[in-house]
Design a protein around this ligand. Structure first.
Ligand SMILES: Cc1cc2nc3c(=O)[nH]c(=O)nc-3n(C[C@H](O)[C@H](O)[C@H](O)COP(=O)(O)OP(=O)(O)OC[C@H]3O[C@@H](n4cnc5c(N)ncnc54)[C@H](O)[C@@H]3O)c2cc1C
Ligand code: SF4
Length: 524
């Protein structure tokens, strides 16, 4: 085992959360090392092919249990950028009500911060990464202090075709705020609307940490160590300070990276796994887990999809994998006739043959599939409704008795929807189908299945007001180990019903700046 020279900060994971920590701390003059399990991707390695794209989605294996499991592989990233390398780039914000669900409705949890606390950070993230959208139209739903830096992306018929149907029902739409350039921005080109974002954008129009925060951090001396698989956070004899991390390098040799502070930003399942695997005699249940909350309150979003086939060519290959339009109009958590939680509409994502077009009719094979796809490549489009799911302690990540290829205990993800989530999903499918039918498609159908599709992974290391109710404070600083910070959607006590990454970046920026500001009190 080799021990490296001590650095100020060791960061686990080069996704958006790890990259923002690196950028802020490097700007503050800290010596930073980012340890990333996957490769250091270059833009010229990204190939616009669904078959090729499979290689950027590799992730550690988890055991899955519970009735409705979101899994890990389809949500997580691998290599620089994390899953933001191949994300769809929807960049909505949470709503003010999402931060106080327990106080307002008696369900779920409250955040220790409010929308107003995060609002300036959302604005700064938009300026940092580049967001295309129309804040003026969104202000009917929530306060947005600053306009987005770029106008909305171009729209296409497969999104526009729903506009009249929504209008007829009195449901306003707005362009989806998107982390994709509608114009040239900070030296990155405008999008060419070829819809390959989900396998990584080779021209850099799509906001991903390699072209934004990680690039800035590296320009200020941050060292990125790819193919470094972190297994444990190391602590001092008293157990109150992190002293570094242990990892396997690209030759599978064990290494130690000593550091004055440690950040784990390895996504919502792997972050608690590393903490549980870091147990010592001072932390017998896992690091910073005296209250047993590490791994608990795991959530995902439910996904209700309604498909529509039109006779006309709706140009569904054009655009981006982000959506063209969205609506918060049904976000009121008490609105569904049955169930509870927010619903968020989005439509107009570009489609590619495998994941979307063939996947829209999983019951077809052979000649019927061939005939269907010939029609669908011209006429198919889709409405999505994301649904909120309440946090429950029994939905969790825990260690299993089995070991991975490095001899490390594997983790199990356990998740089941409650009845509120299932009712909300059914409600969204019914309402979605009504709206879609009003657009006069040739055919319309709900995506099948007895239970909701699962999207994103949130919670597991939640923030709160104190050690009795949470793993970290509102900055991601663990209650028990002052120089150990966590990043990512694992910190969210509730999830709203919108994509998480804009909020991940806003929360991370706030946490990283607090760490830099209080460095002398935090560092060991
Ligand atoms: C197909 C797809 C589409 C998406 N679309 C959207 C969208 O439109 N809008 C949105 O808001 N969000 C979207 N997301 C989710 C979004 O990408 C994630 O929320 C975001 O990337 C999470 O950031 P993170 O930094 O917390 O984790 P990640 O991006 O997952 O980064 C974590 C990094 O840690 C590394 N790592 C893990 N374990 C270890 C270890 N033990 N040692 C060292 N390194 C480790 C991983 O390799 C990874 O690179 C999408 C995700 C996917 C997969
Ligand atoms: S659609 Fe735009 S953002 Fe997506 S891959 Fe193509 S150029 Fe990049």
């Amino acid at each position: 085992m080799a021990t490296h020279e001590k650095v100020d900060v060791a960061i686990v994971g080069a996704g958006p959360a790890g990259s923002i920590f690196a950028d802020v701390l490097a700007r503050a003059g800290k010596k930073v090392v980012v340890l990333e399990f996957g490769p250091d991707w270059n833009d010229n390695e990204l190939i616009s092919s669904e078959i090729w794209g499979r290689r950027i989605k590799h992730a550690p294996q988890f055991q899955l249990a519970g009735r409705n499991n979101p899994g890990h592989g389809s949500n997580a990233g691998w290599g620089t950028g994390g899953s933001m390398l191949h994300w769809f780039a929807n960049m909505p914000r949470l709503m003010p009500i999402d931060f106080k669900v327990k106080s307002l409705y008696g369900k779920g949890l409250d955040w220790p911060i409010s929308y107003d606390d995060l609002s300036p950070y959302y604005d700064r993230v938009a300026a940092d990464v580049g967001v295309s959208g129309d804040a003026a139209q969104e202000r009917r739903w929530h306060p947005i202090a600053k306009d987005y830096p770029m106008p909305p992306l171009k729209s296409f018929r497969h999104g526009e075709i729903f506009r009249d149907a929504f209008k007829a029902r009195g449901i306003p739409l707005a362009p989806t705020p998107t982390g994709i350039n509608s114009t040239e921005y900070k030296g990155r080109p405008a999008c060419i609307n070829d819809g390959w974002c989900h396998v990584g954008c080779p021209i850099g129009a799509h906001a991903t940490p390699q072209w934004t925060h990680l690039k800035e951090a590296r320009a200020r001396g941050t060292e990125l160590r790819p193919f470094s698989y972190v297994t444990r956070v190391l602590t001092n004899a008293a157990g109150d300070r992190a002293t570094g991390v242990e990892y396997y390098d690209d030759k599978r040799e064990q290494q130690v990276q000593p550091a004055s502070a440690v950040v784990i930003a390895a996504y919502a399942a792997e972050t608690p796994r590393i903490m549980l695997n870091s147990k010592t005699d001072k932390h017998p249940n896992g690091l910073a887990n005296r209250n047993g909350l590490v791994g608990k309150y795991l959530m995902c979003h439910s996904g209700a999809n309604v498909w529509a086939m039109f006779d006309e060519d709706v140009q569904n290959h054009m655009g981006t994998t982000s959506t063209q339009f969205m609506s918060y109009e049904h976000y009121d958590k008490r609105r569904p006739k049955k169930g509870f939680g927010s619903a968020w509409y989005l439509m107009g994502a570009a489609m590619k043959p495998n994941a979307n077009i063939a996947g829209s009719r999983p019951d077809l094979f052979g000649k019927p599939l061939d005939e269907y796809m010939r029609r669908a490549v011209r006429g198919l489009t889709r409405l999505n409704v994301y649904g909120e799911v309440m946090p429950h302690a029994e939905n969790r990540v825990e260690l299993s008795g089995d070991k991975d290829a490095f001899g490390l205990p594997m983790a199990r993800i356990i998740h089941a929807y409650d009845q509120d989530a299932i009712d909300l999903w059914n409600n969204s499918l019914d309402e979605g189908l009504e709206i879609v039918k009003a657009a006069n498609p040739k055919e319309a159908w709900k995506a099948g299945g007895a239970a909701p599709g699962t999207i994103h992974l949130i919670g597991g290391t939640i923030m709160g007001t104190g050690a009795d109710n949470s793993v970290t404070n509102s900055f991601g600083q663990t209650h028990e180990v002052a120089n150990l910070y966590l990043g990512g959607a694992g910190l969210f006590p509730t999830e709203g019903s919108v994509n998480p990454t804009n909020t991940i970046m806003a929360v991370t920026l706030r946490g990283a700046e607090q760490m830099a500001k209080n460095w002398s009190a935090i560092a060991s």
